[in-house]
Design a protein around this ligand. Sequence first.
Ligand SMILES: Nc1nc2c(c(=O)[nH]1)N[C@H]1C(S)=C(S)[C@@H](COP(=O)(O)O)O[C@H]1N2
Ligand SMILES: [Mo]
Length: 303
Amino acid sequence: MLIKTETTIPSSEITGKSVFLSRRKFIQAAAGAATAVLSGGLLSTPARAAGKRYADVPQGPYSAQLPVTDLEYVANYTNYYEFTTNKEDSTRLAKVLPTSPWTVTVEGAAEKTGVFHLEDLLKNHPLQERIYRFRCVEAWSMVVPWIGFPLRDLLKRLRPTSRARFVEFTTLYDPKLMPGQRSSVLHWPYVEGLRINEAMHPLTLLATGMYDDPLPNQNGAPLCLIVPWKYGFKSIKAIVRIRLLQDMPKTAWNRSAPGEYGFYANVNPHVPHPRWSQRTELFNGYAEQVASLYTGMDLKKYF
Ligand SMILES: Nc1nc2c(c(=O)[nH]1)N[C@H]1C(S)=C(S)[C@@H](COP(=O)(O)O)O[C@H]1N2
Ligand SMILES: [Mo]
């Protein structure tokens, strides 16, 4: 069960979040969420608004049976260090990001590499809605209907070679545009990575939208990675480069605070975070789907 109690939230987050919630009178929809059940069955998704760009996107086979968090909350309480460390200001600050046209550079151990227009990369990938539980390391929890397609569909078209053991993702680097990049709050540019079998897992999503619409800038437009069994920081926003690598990439959070943020970052109640409690379910409730990726690995060592 994913029942969020005050003790799972660090004091700094309780204050910020409860003030935020009461000010906007939001209902905390994710509290008391049921066990994740993945099925092709029908869910009570939010009512579809007419005229919305993604209103007709069908539900994908890996959606969790969980109550969806209020869009207002998901879109207005975000982490986007390129713009600010304040979770309420990124909505406003990220508006300056020009998300169209957008190019993604593919490099490394793949047959198909080069600079691609995002629209060309998205061609032939039918979008699906996938309702994922999404938990950040700071232990707030949201259940979001992301719109996207499995990363593996794209990777298959890029045809990784046998040397490709890892996939690295990089966010746009533009300090003129992104004030946070002018400070050393994090190691820039934002880089994340997955092992190839994690990247090829059908739960791993490249999102271009959420709820009924394209992604808001603050949530990662125009292209964001979603890995629902990992902490939120793996879900890198505004991806401009995808590299297939032989060696494990150096990720931004790991470089900045190696003791706190490991490469794998699987949601794991047995690996306490040094600064906040994260009493959660192993793999964020997706153990049945992903535990086999880590057979024989010491998850305390490879955190
Ligand atoms: N480029 C970039 N991606 C990012 C971040 C960031 O600061 N920059 N923050 C990460 C963190 S710490 C979290 S918790 C999630 C938050 O996603 P959300 O703001 O859409 O809820 O985005 C992740 N992706
Ligand atoms: Mo996070």
